[in-house]
Write a protein that binds this ligand. Sequence first.
Ligand code: ATP
Ligand code: MG
Length: 448
Amino acid sequence: MLLTSPRWKDILEKIPPAVLQVIKKLKSHNYQAYLVGGSPRNLLLGQNPQDWDVATDALPECIENLFHRTTPLGKEFGTILVHLEEWHIEVTTFRREGAYSDGRHPDEVDFIPRIEEDLARRDFTINSIALDPISKRLVDPFNGRKDLGKRIVRAVGIPRERFAEDPLRMLRFFRFQSALDFRGHRQTFAAVEPGLIKVVSPQRIQFEFNELLLGPRPDRGLQGMAKTGLLETIAPEFKTLEDVPKVLEHLIKSTQAVKPDLHLRWAAFLHDLGKGATMKRTAKGVQFHGHHKVSVEMAREILKRLGMPRSRKEKILHLINWHMFECDPRFSYSALRRLIKKVGPENIEDLLELRRADIIASTERFDLAWKNFSLFRERIKDILAEERVFSLKDLAIDGHDVQKQLQISPGPQVGEILEEVMDWVLEDPRRNNREELLEYLQENFKNQ
Ligand code: ATP
Ligand code: MG
């Protein structure tokens, strides 16, 4: 699909009136104004942009004066957030950047009068197209449209220099391959210098890594990262998979197969990471005893280093820890209820999804594994549809009832009795009514 002439009607329909209004206003004051960054790219691909960036030659103070509601998002870098209706539009003065010596922000920026120069500082040709929706004009000095047509991600200018300037671009290179289902241009790929990434802040790395994992083709991005060594530099734990290349392949396939929720994608990508370190060749064949525990520890280190928020990190680790749960369709209903209680009812659907991806990404005994899994999943669904009694909170009686009924004082014994009642209820959740449970207490624990 080579985009010879953009379909302006389709493009204009996708731009919110508020965004057009911002551009019109700037232009009516004799400033230049263009949509830049992700939105022209996505519009030309026929997709709906998520955020709207406008570039202009108006200086930040002028932007603030022109609009009623603004936030100085990064005023020293020229960015003012303009609030209009429910929209938040980033308006940035055309600029040129110095080096990123802290790996976070350019050391200095110069405001400049020409859009072409602003486009030249951008990372990839497909991200360096400016679109003027009022005069229906594109400014495309690096042939980004051609690369959109060829579906390739190519650096603007000399790739080696651009990566050295801001090494995060190497990760963005793979992120866009995943997000857009594009290939990487050969020379840009060849310029990836993994060691450079070390100066980049963990937060920036985490952001792009998340975006890569959430894209429709994480397998593409991850394969490229592995091939160039960028993956091992960001997460040296992956070096332990050097002798078991099939494991890495399986992790990448699982990530591709699992639903695009961030915690599931991370869990899928890391779930077998401990296999390299635990591999043993025995008479029974290759074994990876306890690999899930080692995977959890390795994943914990990686996620901590990347500054993953605690609650998300814990969720990912929990999924990795339980990913080996036995899913045998011959389990009795009470055994299944016990399993759900153990892994947490709030996690069971994610664990099933992880297992689904794990099976799809494996080649061994696929048919049998899939058949068993499907049956197992049906039975779990049946259980989740019935009354949910998976924790002591769900029981029709509480500790006070136990004390009163059995005339005992508070203490650990009360909790132990409740656990036993819980076990009894798990065999048949219809037992969970007050009367029946009090009777059960009376018969089984009175005068113990
Ligand atoms: P998305 O649709 O995922 O937001 P995007 O292209 O808008 O993709 P952003 O990270 O929002 O990506 O960046 C907006 C634009 O700013 C990019 O399209 C690119 O032109 C430019 N840009 C962002 N980060 C860099 C960088 N590190 N180096 C050079 N240019 C960059
Ligand atoms: Mg964006």
